[in-house]
Design a protein around this ligand. Sequence first.
Ligand code: PEP
Ligand code: MN
Length: 236
Amino acid sequence: MMSELTIMAGPCAVENREQIRSTAEFLSGLGVKILRGGAFKPRTNPDDFQGLGEEGLKLLRAAADEFGMQVVTEVMDPREIELVSQYADILQVGSRNMHNGPFLKELGRQSKPILLKRGMSATIYEFLQAARYIEKEGNKNIWLCERGVRTFMDETRFTLNLGSIAVLKADSPYPLIVDPSHAAGKSAYVPAMAKGALAAGADGLLIEVHPKPTEALCDKEQALSFEEFSTLMKSL
Ligand code: PEP
Ligand code: MN
């Protein structure tokens, strides 16, 4: 693994102690330094698993601490910024919240780094203006995350455009993380898209990994198994 590459990896959602602990143990063994996992999940269907909330944050923090990792996790609600900040090193803004100006302003008043995901229908201009909402309030510690947008291509969950990676690198001072997992929607496509993203200039990757992908409570089709993830890491 190239040392300058930033890799954020972990399950879509924190599900239980063993799931997140074994993932942290595995990832740290490969040199991954940032553990992801959602405790507050933005699900399309309100009846689907919504995350463990604060209990999930605690499990995530404990797993990361045990293996010397940092934590990135999504905050969905301005009322939960303080709570999530007690456990996270990096605050993730999900695709569905990229357009929420008052929320972005509040995050701009925080001192923790922000991982800002691109809205699934956002233009590059809108994405970069969202970063400005954060920056204008004082927080310049921003990482952009390209996670694909909606197009007429429906064989993948979203469309990851190599051109957008080139443009974001050229037009923004912020580091760019690419998330091939949500863009692909299927684990089989993740490795090719991850490699393409790095070739196009991304500074890092965010990848969903699960100890038992078929049993994942969230985004199971796109999660890499440990074996698939370690093969990908070697090929990078
Ligand atoms: C996630 O990273 O878990 C997530 C929900 O991604 P997005 O906001 O890009 O859909
Ligand atoms: Mn997910």
